[in-house]
Design a protein around this ligand. Structure first.
Ligand code: C2E
Ligand code: C2E
Ligand code: C2E
Length: 91
């Protein structure tokens, strides 16, 4: 390691997210809807979220953040570059 690269932006694709069955994506769908509501940001096709929110979501999903990111990438909700957000400080 050692490179001072900024962490990747975590940009949720809201159209893809809404297409994932809610039995799987329900908690994330509610989390994203809450952030949109708090920001008053209702019209976006995408939503940038905080790095910290990924940690919170990993707790909600009871999974390591790295596995959650893999799942979101498989759903098409996150860009594959988002893996860098968890590779650097996975725990
Ligand atoms: P807050 O955390 O007290 O942030 C107040 C305002 O500071 C935000 O108003 C926004 O204008 C600005 N701000 C704070 N952090 C950032 C940032 O990383 N990037 C940018 N561009 N601006 C930032 P806003 O957007 O109306 O949000 C209101 C409140 O909603 C926030 O209060 C926070 O409690 C919650 N919120 C909004 N978006 C998020 C999010 O992505 N994650 C979490 N955990 N909370 C959020
Ligand atoms: P970017 O971060 O690559 O975002 C590209 C476009 O994706 C944005 O164009 C916007 O249409 C959409 N987008 C990204 N995140 C969100 C989101 O959380 N909500 C919504 N509704 N749309 C989102 P836009 O708005 O014309 O911004 C162009 C560029 O301006 C952004 O490129 C970024 O480089 C900068 N920018 C805009 N807002 C912020 C901000 O709050 N913080 C920072 N640091 N840069 C910003
Ligand atoms: P961004 O606006 O380009 O902010 C990049 C990073 O700068 C944030 O990463 C955070 O570490 C720091 N930062 C920016 N504004 C503030 C601030 O007001 N307070 C603090 N404590 N730190 C700030 P982070 O947290 O991972 O957020 C990633 C992106 O998610 C932000 O990019 C922005 O697009 C979005 N975002 C996060 N929180 C908010 C929010 O409260 N409101 C809005 N509108 N967007 C947010």
């Amino acid at each position: 390691g050692g490179a001072a690269e900024p962490p990747p932006r975590l940009v949720l694709d809201l159209e893809r997210l809404s297409a994932v069955p809610s039995e799987k994506a329900g908690p994330l769908q509610r989390y994203a809807a809450t952030i949109q509501s708090q920001r008053g940001d209702y019209n976006g096709k995408v939503l940038s979220i905080r790095q910290d929110d990924l940690r919170t979501l990993a707790v909600i999903y009871d999974q390591p953040a790295s596995l959650l990111v893999d799942q979101l990438i498989n759903w098409g909700v996150l860009d594959p570059d988002a893996r860098r957000a968890v590779r650097e400080d996975d725990s």
